[in-house]
Structures are given as C-alpha cells and as structure tokens.
Design a protein around this ligand. Structure first.
Ligand SMILES: *Cc1c(COP(=O)(O)O)cnc(C)c1O
Length: 406
C-alpha cells in the first residue's frame, strides 16, 4: 500500500469487540489478567505498553519504512533515549545547525554525562569527516535536514555512508521534512527521530516524539530506556498524533505549495537580504533537496536588512501569522530564533553559525497563500506606528525567559 493509505489505516483496525471503526483510546494504566502472568494481548502496564501507543508506533514505523518505533512524551525525550543508549566515553558528531533544545541537551546534559561531542563546522562532507577524526570513539552521527533555522540541506545518503564507513550509527532528526517528504532510513540512516509535536500531529495541540529504527535490533536498547526511564506519551496524546498522521500527506502538499509561493513572491522585496527556502534555485542545497525530498517543506527563513529591530517589527506586525515558538501546525507561525527558539545557544556560537539577529523563521501554514503573502508584505512595509502591542509584549517576555521556557 502507498504512503497515504498506510497513514490512514496502519494501527487503526476497527475494534474487534464493538466494531468501532475508530479504535478506542485505551485510557487505562493496567490490564486485567485472566491467569496471573499471562496478559491477554501482551499488555500488562501502560508504561511498558498500551494498545493506543502500539497503534501509533506501528503507523510511524510503516510511514518511515522502518521495522520498529518507540514513541516518547516529547521530541527531546526521543532524542535523549537515543543519546542515553550510548555509553559515557562514546563520541557523537552533530550538525553545526541544530534545534536549540537538541544543542542544549548535548551541551548541558550529555557532555557532563560523559559523551564526547564534535560539531561539524559546515554542511559539507569534509566538515563531518574532520569532526569524526577529532573523536576518540566515534559512535553516532546526528544530523537534521533541513536544519533549523537556516534550512541547510545535508545529503543523508552521503553522510550515513560516511558514518557506516567509520562503524558509526547514524540518526536523522526528520521533524522538518516528515516521512512524507523524506525517508532517511531508505537513504541509509539507522534511526529517524521526530518531534511529532510538529508536522506529524500537525495541529499544535500535543507534545510528543518518536524514534524509528531501520532494523528492530537497533531499537532494543532504546525500547528498554522507554520503559526503564519512563518518558512515555499518554494514550490521549498517542491518539492525537495518530489522527494527525492521517492527513499528513494532504497537509504537507499544502504547506509546501504555500511556502514555495510565499518564498517566490518575496524575491526582490525591499528590506529582505536573503530568502532561505530549499525550493528556490538560489538555495545552495536545492539540488540535494530535489534528490532526497519529495518537495521542499513548509519552512521559510528570511534574513532582514535591519537586523534585530526589523525582525522584531515583522514578528509584532503580522496578523495572520502568529508570533510563537514551534512549527508544523496548520496555522502559520513566525518566530525570531535569536530571542526565542535559539536563545539557549550562547550569542557568540549563534552568530558564528549564521543565526543573526535579523533572521525570522516562518512556519507556513495551510491557509490561503494570497492571505499569507499579503500578511508578510503588510508587516514588512507601511507605518511602523501600527505595531501590535500585545505581540511586542510577547516577544519581550520570550526574550527574557527564553532559556527557561524552551
Ligand atoms: C521541536 C523540535 C525538537 C524537540 O521536540 P519537542 O517535542 O519540543 O521536545 C527536536 N528537533 C526538532 C527539529 C524540533 O523542531
């Protein structure tokens, strides 16, 4: 069966007891055992396993083309389980441009725990090769593509090949692309990691994550940690993610079409120094993205001429876009990485990575494209006295509390 069909049906069989076409949400912590030690369907306690979670895991495994999936209570819990499955002393090579929370997890939690971490100083394969050489025991290559917020495109086949050459595992954070646009496991990666909080669930109403493995044995340690550490999603959360997955394909088609239309329509606009979107010919990763992705995604980043002031002005003047963290929901969001999502990265490191104060990240939703284009245009131009004051206040709050909030 094709992707769209599996998204609707895998893990979603009608309830055999009642015929309910939509399987019930199993809001139960425990399972009655007719004979002690012999649970009816393999479930005994919902941290160890729950039918609603199993349905979601089966669906995600199928969509990513993997053999097994473990669902977690957040994307970062999923990342943590992968990193915790290593041993102190092991080496990790990571992308130079990472989700802020993943950077913080490596830097503030897993380096003190004993992992050795080297960041590739660029998007090219040589940068990864030299990062690998700098480690004593390279074990895991960790990449995101497209990256956040600069939307660099990394060649998954080449980098997972490089990892294999060095006897390392490779993990790809596939949150931005989703399995509809890009399937890392089919390109040679060992693990796909998700914040299903984003596009996978798609409605900005649930925090959750998942790890999908190319082969089941790669998930054994991670599944052990899912139960032993206990960062599991509740049944209601699993249901929400599974319901979101059913429309993933149609939503992504619209996200991609809207993002492409917005990026193209802004070319040549006064006040914009750079439009960063993998679907534009001008994007350095366009050719690789065209090869490894079905379409170019729903994220567009803009680098504005006026730096911090212009970025804050845009974020506070938009009316259809909401100024908010996160991405991947049906509604359009804009954010200012330097004071919001990436505020937990020290300023010097942020600057060195090209995340300047003038970068604004747009999560382009599924609204009408012309409305979105008109909104960004009015926010960029016109009279600066009309700034939406409640949104400015939100931004200031975000700037003050970003590190603790993210
Ligand atoms: C949001 C996000 C995460 C973290 O996921 P949570 O669900 O917020 O814990 C990790 N990676 C990427 C690329 C993300 O966008």
């Amino acid at each position: 069966m094709e992707f769209e069909t599996r998204a609707v049906h895998i893990g979603q069989a009608a309830d055999p007891g009642t015929g309910a076409t939509i399987p019930p949400i199993h809001l139960t912590t425990t399972f009655t055992q007719p004979t002690p030690g012999e649970p009816l369907a393999g479930f005994d306690y919902s941290r160890s396993g729950n039918p609603t979670r199993s349905g979601l895991e089966a669906c995600l495994a199928s969509l990513e083309g993997g053999e097994a999936c473990a669902a977690f209570s957040s994307g970062l819990a999923a990342c943590s389980a992968v990193l915790q499955s290593l041993r102190p002393g092991d080496g990790v090579v990571a992308s130079h441009d990472l989700y802020g929370g993943t950077f913080r997890l490596l830097d503030k939690v897993f380096v003190p725990w004993g992992l050795e971490v080297a960041f590739a100083q660029g998007a090219g394969v040589e940068a990864y090769r030299s990062a690998i050489r700098s480690l004593r025991h390279p074990r895991l290559l960790w990449i995101e593509t497209p990256t956040n917020p600069l939307l660099d495109v990394l060649d998954i086949a080449v980098l997972s090949g490089l990892a294999r050459e060095h006897g390392m595992l490779s993990a790809v954070d596939n949150t931005f692309a989703t399995p509809y646009l890009q399937r890392p496991l089919e390109l040679g990666a060992d693990l796909a990691v998700h914040s299903t909080t984003k596009y996978a669930s798609g409605h900005s109403d649930v925090v959750s994550g998942a790890v999908i493995a190319r082969r089941s044995e790669l998930l054994v340690g991670i599944r052990f940690l899912q139960n032993a550490m206990g960062a599991v999603p509740g049944p209601l959360d699993c249901y929400l993610v599974q319901r979101g997955l059913k429309t993933l394909a149609v939503r992504m088609d619209r996200h991609c079409a809207n993002a492409q239309a917005l990026a193209e329509s802004l070319i040549g606009t006064e006040g914009i120094r750079r439009i960063i979107y993998p679907g534009l010919d001008s994007h350095p990763g366009h050719a690789v993205a065209a090869r490894q992705m079905r379409a170019f995604g729903g994220m567009v980043s803009l680098e504005l001429e006026g730096g911090l002031a212009s970025a804050r002005r845009l974020c506070s003047r938009v009316r259809v876009f909401a100024c908010a963290e996160s991405l991947g929901g049906v509604e359009s969001l804009c954010s200012h990485p330097a004071t919001m999502t990436h505020a937990s990265i020290p300023a010097e490191i942020r600057k060195a990575r090209g995340i300047g104060d003038g970068i604004v990240r747009l999560s382009v939703g599924i609204e009408n494209a012309a409305d979105l284009i008109a909104d960004v245009r009015q926010a960029l131009g016109g009279d600066s006295r009309q700034e939406g004051s409640h949104l400015s206040a939100t931004l200031e709050l975000a700037a003050d509390g970003a590190d603790s909030r993210l």
